[in-house]
Ligand binder design. Structure first.
Ligand code: ADP
Length: 520
């Protein structure tokens, strides 16, 4: 039985795919069982049957993409755009709605511009972090990227999901400047100054004249981004890295108060990620080497990990970028502030322009951190649970205790931490599992469901969610009887009356699926 989208027959799907094949060529329409399998969530539990794509189609130009959107409208065929589909832990290549056809943009991978005076690039969605890095190094361009911990994916896709990195340009979505977007109708739009043909400030001034729409196309299903302007960082003269350890869980309170203050004053100008020893252990070892008893890995075993790797209960690095003199001045301020609370030694290292890059340099793409999914052995996977908190140690510590208690209750190893930005802290929790162990993955799903509710009750919610939790998270944004959902739906219905683009993305359902959702 072929999988067909809701409200569509197999014959209708065949006709739509045949029309698409006439645009992209038969070899760029992927509808065989193997193809469909390869577009499922690579980290999804193997027994689950949700989020199954019916097929995938891969255009190589904006014109082809526009033609596909028009065909999708004619046939009312739901499409799910991906750039490279490495949104691992949040759904990868898979759509929310089973039967959607994945719109794979990975062949649209031109680096259209890199400007070393104004320090920006203009990219198509298929450009990977590795492609851009290669381009910058091959051409000896003095510009740095900011890369996420797992940098397998696309630069555009990551910024569209509000991914982060660890240089001063680490808030990726903030560095977007100017988009070209195909609206669901297929019509092409440029945002910001790009709304004026030939405007030379398109990649330099974000807002244009009147309302600014860039963020409207981020984490939404209002358009398909075909080009993105993105700011790059001028290569700094020097970097200074300090490695800190905190011995006790409750040290989080003073440390986050301090880090928040230093972030807001921009003494520290890049994200700081603070995590527990299991984070280190999962990169180099497997669970069975530490513990094989019932329930989650006990705290005493986590302490053994800390001992083995010479780390504290919490570990973090502070990285400074810029002129060496300025970095040293900021480092003195940071050391004096931490010295008031802790006598623990910390490691410090400096890199200067022209020297070989240090290991794990934060502007170099890597997939090393994916090693963590090997924790349980078998076919590993993970899911993220990431609520946003304001700065402040007390609130973060309460969130840690609440979450850790749930991990223990559900028998899942606690792998959590906090990423400090200038104004907020993301409480990043990674749920590791073996995809083929049904009991383990079911517990993971139930726990995340519970965490969404607990966290909402405490007054927080997530910034990003796995496909399976998008509705649940959207539900927590409930001010004035879900006024935000109603606005999103109004915009969705106006721009996409046939409901063809990414139904269900971020909990936004087009009209024609809303009624059936209510009855299912
Ligand atoms: P990455 O490979 O960088 O991890 P993905 O391609 O998986 O990024 O994209 C993450 C999510 O962002 C997708 O699931 C989709 O919802 C959205 N997205 C990706 N690319 C586009 C695009 N070009 N236009 C609109 N939305 C997109």
């Amino acid at each position: 039985m072929p999988l067909v989208p809701l409200k569509m027959s197999a014959a209708q799907l065949d006709r739509a795919l045949a029309a698409m094949a006439r645009v992209v060529g038969r070899d760029q329409v992927f509808a065989a069982e193997d193809d469909r399998r390869s577009y499922r969530d690579a980290y999804g539990p193997s027994h689950r049957s949700d989020h199954q794509p019916a097929a995938a189609v891969a255009p190589q130009s904006t014109e082809e993409l526009q033609a596909l959107l028009r065909i999708a409208n004619e046939h009312k065929l739901p499409l799910w755009p991906i750039s490279r589909g490495k949104n691992l832990g949040y759904g990868g290549t898979a759509p929310v709605l089973s039967g959607s056809v994945v719109l794979d943009l990975s062949r649209m991978k031109r680096i259209l511009e890199v400007d070393v005076k104004s320090n920006y690039c203009l990219l198509e969605p298929g450009v990977s972090f590795f492609d851009l890095y290669q381009h910058l190094t091959d051409n000896k361009l003095p510009l740095w990227m900011s890369v996420p911990a797992n940098s397998w994916g696309s630069v555009v896709g990551n910024a569209l999901e509000r991914g982060i990195g660890y240089t001063p340009y680490g808030e990726h979505t903030d560095r977007i400047c100017g988009l070209e977007v195909a609206l669901p109708s297929g019509e092409l739009l440029r945002t910001g100054m790009g709304a004026m043909s030939g405007n030379k400030a398109w990649r330099s001034y974000k807002y244009g004249f009147g309302p600014a729409w860039d963020q409207m196309f981020v984490q939404s299903n209002f358009g398909v981004v075909t080009k993105m302007g993105l700011w790059l960082m001028p290569e700094p003269e020097s970097t200074l890295t300090m490695q800190f350890e905190l011995d006790e869980p409750q040290d989080l309170v003073w440390a986050l108060d301090l880090l928040g203050e230093l972030r807001m004053r921009r003494v520290i100008d890049s994200h700081v990620t603070i995590g527990t020893p299991l984070r280190t252990a999962s990169l180099f070892t497997q669970r069975s080497e530490w513990y094989s008893g019932p329930g989650a890995v006990p705290d005493a075993v986590v302490r053994e990990m800390a001992k083995k790797y010479g780390v504290g209960w919490w570990t973090f690095a502070i990285r400074l970028f810029g002129y060496e003199e300025v970095n040293q001045a900021n480092a003195r301020i940071i050391k004096a502030a931490f010295g008031k609370h802790s006598t623990r030694e910390f490691k410090e290292s400096t890199w200067r322009r022209g020297e070989p890059l240090p290991r794990a340099a934060v502007q170099v793409p890597t997939t090393f951190f994916l090693q963590a999914v090997n924790w349980h052995g078998g076919r590993g996977g993970h899911m993220g649970f990431s609520p946003m908190l304001p700065h402040g140690g007390e609130g973060a510590y309460a969130q840690y205790l609440r979450t850790k208690q749930r991990f223990d209750e559900f028998g899942i190893d606690y792998y959590g931490g906090f990423t400090l930005a200038e104004r907020y802290a993301t409480n990043v929790n990674i749920v590791l599992y073996d995809r083929d162990q049904r009991d383990m993955t079911d517990r993971a799903y139930r726990m995340i469901d519970q965490l969404v509710k607990d966290t909402a009750q405490a007054g927080y919610s997530e910034y990003r969610a796995h496909l399976s939790f998008m509705d649940g998270v959207a539900e927590t944004y409930d001010f004035n009887h879900h006024a935000m959902r109603r606005l999103n739906q109004t915009v969705k219905d106006a721009l996409d009356p046939n409901g063809i683009l990414a139904p269900g993305k971020s909990g936004i359902w087009p009209r024609r699926f809303r009624a059936s959702k209510e009855t299912t």
